[in-house]
Design a protein around this ligand. Structure first.
Ligand SMILES: [Ca+2]
Length: 309
């Protein structure tokens, strides 16, 4: 596939993913350099044609049943020389110079292909929820929302979009209108990286998302600090009061998973469950995790760990 790639690159290209953070990565980031504005969009398009881009999937598990509840799609880009690039600090550059729309359209199309492929193997229901694609705030416009709705068509149940709260800051009126259109089309929405940026309870109320993902920085301090568990638990309660489900990002150990379960968190995602894996790896994950959680110690609400209270 790489042999058909005609683009000559003077510098390593960057992998662009709208909202993925460094800690989402499964591989060490390569030393990458920014490419010029005019070349980035065409480079991404060429990489898609050459088959250099793939989606990996990080599963989310139900805190109570430990069954799969969908997955987040994360882009991976393998250069012709075998170097694998992961999304990193070039997100802002990509949003500024373009290329994100190409990547997002490809991501949605690929997620749909993979979702159909899973369904063809009789694993459609085993996925337990949509595949979520990260959607940059720069793309939440009327034109792009219409394009996404057309792209998803009658397969809206297969796809969800993760958006950050700050995605609506620039033009709240248009952004909220677009998000309502996506929601009305049957596409699930999740608020991503909650607490990482400028959180606004006002937007939390207005964004028509069914799910909120608490940023990893609160989750990873849960067993070491007094404040983070309080913030997490109050956020879970707040979201449940607003009729939303809650996903904890960046769960890396059994104790944190247990605490989240006690707090009533709905789903968990992170290295404790699985790294982001290719679609074949997701199939293996489904086969190997039929809904049990042998590694998670039980913490009772009363008489258990004081951290859980
Ligand atoms: Ca995300």
């Amino acid at each position: 596939m790489a042999a058909v790639h005609k683009v000559q690159r003077k510098a390593p290209v960057v992998l662009v993913d709208p909202t993925v953070t460094a800690s989402d990565m499964t591989d060490s980031a390569s030393a990458v350099q920014p490419v010029s504005a005019e070349s980035l969009g065409s480079t991404i398009a060429a990489a898609v044609r050459a088959g250099e881009l793939v989606l990996h999937y990080q599963p989310k598990l139900d805190c109570r049943t430990m069954k799969l509840r969908g997955a987040e799609a994360l882009s991976r880009w393998t250069l012709p020389d075998g170097t694998q690039l992961v999304p990193d600090a070039f997100v802002a550059q990509a949003e500024a110079v373009g290329g994100i729309s190409e990547l997002t359209v490809w991501g949605v199309e690929q997620a749909l292909r993979d979702s159909r492929w899973l369904a063809g193997k009789g694993m459609g229901s085993s996925l337990g929820g949509p595949i979520f694609v990260n959607l940059s705030g720069t793309l939440i416009t009327r034109d792009f929302a219409s394009r996404l709705i057309a792209l998803v068509g009658d397969e809206a149940a297969r796809i969800g979009f993760e958006i950050t709260e700050t995605a609506v800051l620039d033009n709240p009126e248009e952004a909220l209108e677009c998000l309502h259109q996506l929601r009305e089309a049957g596409i699930a929405l999740a608020i991503d990286d909650y607490g990482a940026g400028l959180s606004s309870l006002s937007y939390l109320k207005q964004i028509p998302a069914g799910e909120l993902k608490i940023d990893r920085k609160f989750i990873q301090g849960m067993t070491r600090s007094n404040r983070d568990p309080l913030i997490v638990r109050s956020t879970i309660d707040l979201c449940h009061g607003l009729g939303m489900t809650v996903t904890a990002e960046g769960v890396e150990d059994a104790m944190t998973a247990s605490l989240l379960g006690v707090m009533g968190c709905d789903t968990i995602q992170g290295y404790f469950i699985s790294r982001a894996v290719p679609i074949e790896g997701l199939v293996r994950f489904i086969e190997e995790h039929p809904g049990t959680a042998p590694r998670v110690p039980q913490i009772r609400k009363k008489g258990g760990s004081p951290r859980a209270e």
